[in-house]
Design a protein around this ligand. Structure first.
Ligand code: NAG
Ligand code: NAG
Ligand code: NAG
Ligand code: NAG
Length: 546
């Protein structure tokens, strides 16, 4: 078997090499994305120097470092990696430190040499593709950064006249940018699109994306970048700061899937951008998700009603929205709470709700950085420890998603549907073939929490075993197919029919039975009384060991 699959792999790679077919939204729908800040994820030497996030300096992570750590990422079940921006950035120290994050573009025609060479990036791309994984690259179109000229003539009030545009490639004159003004009114879309982000200490020069020549330059650039590095998808920064009708042409020139950052909680506003690019990052649900599970008194119905509203607004784009709990712009969730039950509930949402799951590196290691810059910790001090509880959790979440897809290929286009529950500290949704059960009682509550999955959902057959993929424990459906599940320690549950979980849960035991009873015989004996299990166990031991 190994031989033949190896042979077909070689054959296939030689046919399609060097470039893989451009990946579309359909190709990305079933993916699971791990997001890294290249400078902070992995170094390629064996050094593990401290990285002081407060200093906002380069800490030494590289593309080669990522390539060397693909096992770590893939073993958690991810099949795609989003890397921070790759192009040339301002050098040296600004009022906000160095451009280690990559969002301060100064030259779109070079790579950021801090992260390696063009060959290193190509090697990362090829290594991903040889594992059938995808590469997503973060890009910025809206703005560039020019440093102050050595003899500034402007004032803090008119920073544009301080700037030395000749330090930018290719847009090296002030005329390539919108006339200077900082965004003043976020409710005024003209202001949002035409004025500048940043501040007097670091103005972000706003590219004039109304200019035809500028548009052509950006379109040719992205076309070449995608081809040169065999990029499968793009994450586009600050999308709402560029006029909407810029995006379709840009997206077509790129030729691959693109998801955009539209940083706002209003689902109607955000959904507007799904008409001009494939996908948006799901900020509307994110705001409610962190509230819902940030404390044991979070408002779960605010999340479920937002999810319903967003689902309507997104339409089919819901299935390719980037669904996340953390990213490099927001506080890490574990800075809000370290209650493992709440964390596990919040982490589960992106993997089983409608969008494409995106997990920000380090969440699995329990990183707790507050906002920018503390949420961009180096990962190397963790030792990439795979025995951490959240590593196992992520693996199960990816496993649950894969099992659901394997059991029902329509899973990826089936909208999640909430099923009413009686306790306000719970909610549940179905998304065939799975049912996802959530609670925010936390790990120390003594409340008895139960969920009901009614027979009318038709997820489970009469008397069928319903397995929680997160613990590989089962409960039996009743004679009508109704399932009642009791929470354990405030943890979420993702229920699938036993027939769908063989790859993710090779052995299943009855919920409430002893975890040490790992013998699959126990599964059969699940319903029996303890004393019979003991007798049967003694017989087994007697016959095999003595
Ligand atoms: C990190 O850098 C900040 C600012 O330079 C400094 O105040 C702080 O003490 C440093 N932290 C450590 C642990 O070195
Ligand atoms: C919106 O912003 C633009 C650009 O800054 C400005 O010219 C215009 O007057 C603003 N409109 C309103 C209604 O405030
Ligand atoms: C540029 O100059 C202005 C004042 O002229 C100053 O306030 C600002 O900090 C400077 N920015 C940088 C990045 O050096
Ligand atoms: C929870 O959210 C719902 C839906 O947004 C809202 O109607 C309700 O008033 C909120 N409850 C509390 C206690 O804030």
């Amino acid at each position: 078997m190994f031989k033949s699959s190896f042979f077909s792999f070689v054959l296939l790679s030689s046919l399609v090499a060097p470039s893989v077919l451009a990946a579309s939204a359909d190709d990305w729908r079933g993916r699971s994305i791990y997001q890294v800040v290249t400078d902070r994820f992995a170094r390629d030497d064996n050094q593990t120097p401290a990285c002081n996030t407060t200093d906002r300096k380069y800490c030494g992570g590289t593309w080669k470092g990522i390539t060397n750590r693909l096992d770590y990422i893939q073993n958690m079940g991810f099949d795609s990696v989003w890397i921070s921006p790759i192009v040339g950035n301002v050098e040296g120290t600004t009022a906000y430190g160095e451009a280690y994050h990559g969002y301060w573009t100064s030259n779109i025609n070079t790579l950021n040499s801090h992260f390696g060479t063009a060959d290193d990036l190509k090697a990362l791309s090829a290594a991903l593709h040889s594992r059938k994984m995808y590469l997503m690259v973060d890009i910025v179109v809206n703005h560039f950064v020019a440093l102050n000229s050595t003899s500034p003539t402007g004032t803090a009030e008119t920073p544009a006249s301080n700037l030395d545009f000749s330090t930018i490639t290719p847009f090296n004159t002030v005329s390539s940018y919108h006339p200077f003004c900082f965004i003043n009114d976020y409710n005024n879309q003209t202001d949002v699109e035409q004025c500048w982000l940043g501040d007097v200490n670091l103005p972000l020069a706003d590219l004039n994306t109304e200019d035809t020549e500028t548009v052509n330059t950006m379109n040719s650039w992205i076309n070449k970048l995608v081809k040169d590095y065999d990029i499968d998808g793009l994450r586009i920064d600050t999308v709402k700061h560029v006029r909407k009708d810029f995006w379709p042409g840009f997206k077509q020139a790129a030729g691959v899937f693109a998801t955009g950052e539209v940083l706002l909680g209003d689902p109607e506003y955000v959904a507007g951008y799904t008409k001009v690019i494939d996908s948006v990052l799901d900020y509307p649900n994110w705001y409610q998700l962190i509230e819902a599970f940030g404390t044991t008194s979070g408002n779960l119905s605010a999340l479920t009603s937002m999810a319903t509203q967003a689902q309507k607004a997104y339409g089919d784009s819901a299935f390719v929205a980037g669904s996340f709990l953390e990213n490099h712009d927001q506080p890490r969730f574990q800075a809000t709470t370290t209650d493992m039950a709440l964390v596990k509930n919040a982490m589960a949402w992106p993997f089983v709700h409608d969008g494409i799951p995106i997990m920000y590196y380090g969440q699995e290691q329990g990183l707790t950085g507050k906002g920018d810059p503390d949420n961009r910790e180096a990962l190397w001090p963790s030792g990439y420890d795979t025995s951490k509880p959240l590593v196992a959790h992520v693996k199960s979440l990816n496993g649950a998603r894969k099992a659901a897809v394997a059991a029902n290929s329509a899973f990826l286009t089936t909208p999640a549907q909430f099923i009413p529950q009686t306790q306000i500290s719970t909610f549940a949704f179905t998304k065939g073939p799975l049912a996802a059960l959530f609670t925010n009682t936390g790990s120390s509550s003594s409340d008895k929490v139960t969920w009901t999955i009614p027979a009318s959902t038709k997820l489970f057959k009469a008397n069928e075993k319903a397995v929680d993929v997160l613990t590989c424990t089962s409960v039996d459906a009743d004679g009508d197919g109704k399932v009642t599940v009791t929470a354990e320690g405030g943890n979420p549950k993702i229920m699938l029919p036993a027939s769908a979980v063989t790859s993710v849960c090779p052995t299943v035991r009855a919920q409430g039975s002893s975890p040490s009873a790992s013998n699959s015989a126990i599964t059969i004996l699940g319903g029996m009384e303890m004393r019979w299990i003991v007798v049967f166990g003694a017989l087994l031991v007697g016959s095999t060991i003595f």
